[in-house]
Design a protein around this ligand. Structure first.
Ligand SMILES: O=P(O)(O)OC[C@H]1O[C@H](OP(=O)(O)O)[C@H](O)[C@@H]1O
Ligand SMILES: O=c1cc[nH]c(=O)[nH]1
Length: 503
């Protein structure tokens, strides 16, 4: 059918194409059908919404589509049902546990990027990967397809360093310290991050509290050539564009299938032209990797994948048994990271992890002798050079370099949980802490999150504050309180752990 474009002032979070009820009946189109819009340029695919927001002879376009395609009000286009793409058959193959061929993986990725696959099909792909996994041939094919369906950064500098965490541990604002330390040592580090996947705050969500994170590739190039570093959101660029689309399904399901995680991380590194990559694998109870053996096996996969992509990869297995630092949630984490950069001091878990990772990168990049990287990283942090570099990054990315931790607003609806008994903190449940922060509204509500007053091993007295939940609305705060009461986020025990009766 022929129709005139009507731009609808809305974002639906997907490619939505609106058609009037009468027109849909005539054209035998049904809600959520995949339709193709032909305008003489690249065809656009979207899911059908039947609505009287548009009149007969009109096709409504949500603003999501206009982010990557140019269509103008009143433009004449042709709408047709698109039919099920062949790649759905390949997704079903993976559902049944079969190995996918390179061409099949390429077809899935292309169809994700072209929006020929709808949310339900993408979620099915993510679920099939969570259950049946991918072998290294499939992972390498997926990584290259994800990178090559997008743009590639070409910076004329050497060496190009990069760091990426597989995430999962709450409060992991570590790379916000690592990047400026490494750049202050003169190395180039164009860092891209994703938004939260399973956590309450991805690095991109936290950095966005200080400054912009959405840039074009040309802008990134300019920023990196000027200050040697950036801290940007991968999803804003047309860089491995399938990544951010699959992450939406992963976030909704709170899963991060291993093969997809490897491809997600390494496709972004490949597209940024990174030559030396450090991967952080937080390991411990309640995170993505629970044992050191599993972490070693995943480390080998990252190193092998790096070899196939021509990248030198090292891996740090880090302690992830409890949250990093004392804050969880974008604004709270931004405060803690900024304060650590300004003063060179902060919670041991944050400072030691950041210095450890930065030290490895300084050695990998050849600016610190073997074994001396951490010491050099500490000097850079404590001398204020890392903070100066952070100010430059914030400014180049359009933020206020003079921002202070206390300028950052956190959710003013609060509730503090106290110790029900005296004893020792014997465990902090990572999943429960993330769940509370997410129930409070993080990462979308930047001020939402959890502030922890105790860490494992500390002694507490009955009534001592354990943690405060921050939210931006009373309703969200209530949800977080209910969630917290259903779980046991902080375990307190005396020296007698259990009493076994004589029965
Ligand atoms: O913890 P979850 O949300 O599962 O993982 C996502 C986070 O992990 C990575 O961290 P970084 O950018 O290397 O610091 C991602 O980029 C993202 O910020
Ligand atoms: O960028 C990231 C980080 C963790 N897991 C992913 O899938 N991507």
């Amino acid at each position: 059918m022929r129709a005139k474009v009507k731009i609808l002032d809305m974002y639906s979070g997907r490619y939505s194409v609106f058609i009037n009820e009468e027109e849909a009946k005539k054209a035998k189109l049904h809600p959520d059908d995949l339709v193709r819009i032909e305008s003489g340029k690249k065809p656009i695919y979207g899911s059908l919404v039947i609505s009287n927001l548009v009149g007969p002879g009109e096709v409504g376009i949500s603003r999501d589509i206009l982010q990557l395609h140019s269509l103008s009000e009143g433009e004449a286009v042709e709408i047709a049902p698109a039919g099920t793409p062949e790649s759905v058959r390949y997704i079903k193959k993976k559902m049944h546990g079969e190995k996918l061929r390179k061409v099949e993986i390429e077809a899935i990725v292309r169809d994700i990027v072209d929006r020929k696959l709808r949310d339900i099909e993408i979620s099915s792909f993510v679920t099939a990967l969570e259950i049946n996994g991918l072998d290294m041939d499939e992972i390498a094919a997926l990584t290259i397809a994800m990178a090559e369906t997008g743009d590639m950064l070409d910076i004329d500098r050497k060496p190009i360093m990069d760091v990426h965490s597989i995430g999962g541990v709450p409060g992991n604002k570590t790379n916000i310290l690592v990047v400026p330390i490494v750049a202050a040592a003169g190395l180039t580090i164009p860092k891209t991050s994703s938004r939260a996947i399973t956590s309450a705050a991805g690095t991109a969500d936290v950095v966005e509290v200080f400054t912009n994170v959405s840039f074009s590739l040309e802008e990134i190039k300019r920023i990196v050539e000027k200050v040697g570093a950036c801290m940007v959101w991968g999803g804003a660029l047309n860089l491995a564009p399938a990544d951010d689309i699959t992450i939406k399904s992963e976030r909704a399901l709170s899963v991060d299938p291993t093969g997809l995680m490897l491809a997600s991380i390494m496709s972004k590194k490949y597209a940024m032209g990174s030559q030396y990559v450090l991967i952080d694998i937080p390991t411990g109870k309640g995170v993505k990797v629970e044992t050191v053996e599993q972490a070693r096996s995943l480390a080998r996969d990252f190193i092998e994948l790096g070899k196939r992509l021509g990248q030198y990869v090292e891996v740090a297995i880090t302690y992830g048994g409890q949250p990093i630092g004392h804050t969880v949630g974008p604004a709270l984490e931004a405060r803690e990271a900024l304060s650590a950069l300004m003063t060179g001091k902060g919670p041991g878990s944050l400072i030691e992890k950041a210095l450890g990772l930065a030290g490895i990168l300084l050695e990998m990049g050849g600016v610190a002798p073997a074994g001396m990287g951490k010491k050099m990283a500490r000097e850079i942090l404590e001398s204020g050079k890392a903070y100066e570099k952070m100010r430059e990054i914030i400014e180049e990315q359009g933020g206020n370099p003079d921002i202070k931790p206390e300028d950052i607003a956190v959710g003013d609806k609060t509730y503090t949980f106290v110790a029900p008994t005296s004893g020792y903190v014997t465990g902090i449940d990572n999943r429960a802490i993330t769940g509370i922060a997410r129930a409070a509204g993080a990462p979308e509500d930047k001020g939402a999150g959890v502030e922890l007053y105790v860490k494992v091993g500390e002694k507490v007295k009955e009534g001592d504050p354990l943690f405060t939940v921050h939210a931006e609305s009373e309703a969200r705060l209530d949800q977080a309180i209910v969630f917290a009461r259903r779980t046991e986020p902080i375990k307190i025990e005396g020296m007698v752990l259990q009493r076994i009766g004589n029965i």
